[in-house]
Design a protein around this ligand. Structure first.
Ligand SMILES: C/C(=C\Cc1cc(O)c2ccccc2c1O)CCC[C@H](C)CCC[C@H](C)CCCC(C)C
Ligand SMILES: C[S@@+](CC[C@H](N)C(=O)[O-])C[C@H]1O[C@@H](n2cnc3c(N)ncnc32)[C@H](O)[C@@H]1O
Length: 235
């Protein structure tokens, strides 16, 4: 488990300088829409104490900060110090009064927060990268307040074989060569095979229920190439 931990940590430390630009270019900016959808499903509202797990370069945490406003607070958690350095210095839009964001370097499998701390949570493209999904969901359950909701955004395999073929082609023939031109072929070549090992939406629902979440729904988005698992801790 430690080897997998270090392998993933190294990947995201290495790609930190190009991570945002590749996401924007390779998704034609669509990832920002997918992240806004996840924030919407998290139920985040003014004054909340919010958590963004696997926050990376911080764009999802920033969206949460706009949602919870000046009276709220956001904690962005990631174990990549290089990603967190990008997050810390990301320009914040002054148009919207936003919450303060605390950037926390930690493993989401061992969160440094008390039980029942957070009013809402997001996790963008993190669940597929942790070595122990059930443990991650258990930790998320522990730190959420009763009645609170989390939205977990990640890749998903489309049910349509044509779209699945397109997704695999795009990842192998567009994403990897683009990353290779920047010297990150291996790091991005890891995405496609990781999808084959990642639980499908219905399996994610079962894992969430096994972690104790009373409500769990998986919403395929982007023609099924992405998905958002929305889970709520019972009162
Ligand atoms: C924000 C996105 C991916 C984040 C991401 C997740 C990972 O697990 C990685 C692992 C290793 C390296 C990088 C990442 C990583 O960046 C999603 C958007 C970026 C994707 C790279 C592009 C995905 C494109 C879709 C499969 C198809 C889009 C169709 C297009 C809009 C026409
Ligand atoms: C694909 S990036 C997602 C970043 C951001 N949430 C986004 O949506 O763009 C995955 C992030 O998860 C982090 N990560 C993976 N496993 C982790 C773990 N066990 N604990 C903390 N962070 C982890 C990586 O360092 C990386 O920054």
């Amino acid at each position: 488990m430690i080897n997998e931990h270090n392998r993933v940590q190294d990947i995201f430390n290495r790609i930190a300088p190009v991570y945002d630009q590749l996401n924007d270019g390779l998704s034609l900016g669509q990832h920002r829409i997918w992240k806004k959808m996840a924030v919407g499903w998290s139920g985040s509202k003014l004054g909340d104490t919010a958590l963004d797990l696997c926050c990376g370069s911080g764009d999802l945490a920033l969206l949460l900060a706009q949602q919870v406003g000046e009276t709220g607070q956001v904690f962005g958690v990631d174990f990549s110090n290089c990603q967190l350095e990008i997050a810390k210095y990301r320009p914040q839009p002054f148009t919207i009064p936003s919450a303060a964001i605390a950037w926390v370097e930690a493993d989401v499998l061992a969160l440094p927060f008390a039980d029942n701390t957070f009013d809402c949570a997001t996790m963008g493209y993190g669940l597929r990268n942790v070595p122990d999904i059930p443990r991650s969901l258990q930790e998320l359950y522990r730190v959420l307040k009763p009645g609170s909701t989390a939205a977990i955004l990640d890749f998903h395999r489309p049910s349509s074989s044509l779209l699945r073929t397109f997704q695999q082609w795009y990842l192998d023939q567009i994403v990897v060569p683009a990353a290779e031109r920047l010297g990150f072929k291996e790091e991005y070549a890891y995405i496609n095979p990781s999808l084959d090992k990642f639980p499908m939406g219905n399996e994610q629902v079962i894992l969430a229920q096994e972690a104790g979440f009373s409500q769990a729904t998986h919403y395929p988005i982007a023609s099924g190439m992405m998905g958002v698992l929305v889970i709520t801790k019972p009162h």
